[in-house]
Design a protein around this ligand. Structure first.
Ligand SMILES: [Zn+2]
Length: 155
């Protein structure tokens, strides 16, 4: 089982891009898992700008789900928080992490992907990016680490 963060393009346009002739569609981050048979597990996810429900069926690929009822099946941060420890949820809240990070944390814990990290915060200056990451050491053991490296560019 593997997990990957990827970018999904929506059909909505952020207000600051509305005047442009070539449309710049809004993009958002999603987290998908890939099962043992190399299949991306499909799930419903709501655009963080226009709330349209997407069925994400492949890496960087989705189709828009017609009908409003599907939004009831979309997972929320509070749903996922139930399966994470309280201290982890508090940490995530303090860094204002978004839904894909919660999904990734649940995936790391459920699949015991110890050693995996999640970016908590980062800042770029010149060619250098610095910030903090959370390392999952083992069940209920985490460590916040600082980083200041060029490799993290584009992460
Ligand atoms: Zn949208």
């Amino acid at each position: 089982v593997e997990g990957v963060k990827h970018i999904i393009e929506c059909h909505c346009i952020l207000p600051q891009y509305r005047e442009r002739k070539d449309p710049v569609y809004h993009k958002f981050v999603a987290f998908s898992t890939i099962d043992e048979s190399d299949t991306v597990v499909p799930f419903h996810y709501q655009c963080n700008n226009c709330a349209t429900v997407h069925k994400i069926y492949d890496i960087c690929k989705s189709e828009i789900v017609a009908g409003k009822d599907e939004s009831a099946s979309v997972e929320r941060i509070k749903d996922i928080s139930l399966s994470l420890s309280k201290s982890l949820v508090e940490l995530f809240e303090s860094y204002s992490l978004d839904l894909p990070d919660y999904m990734m944390a649940r995936y790391i814990i459920e699949n015991k992907k110890w050693g995996t990290t999640i970016v908590l915060s980062k800042e770029s200056e010149d060619q250098n990016t610095s910030g903090k990451i959370l390392r999952f050491i083992e069940a209920d053991r985490f460590r916040v680490e600082s980083f200041s490296r060029k490799e993290y560019l584009g992460e």
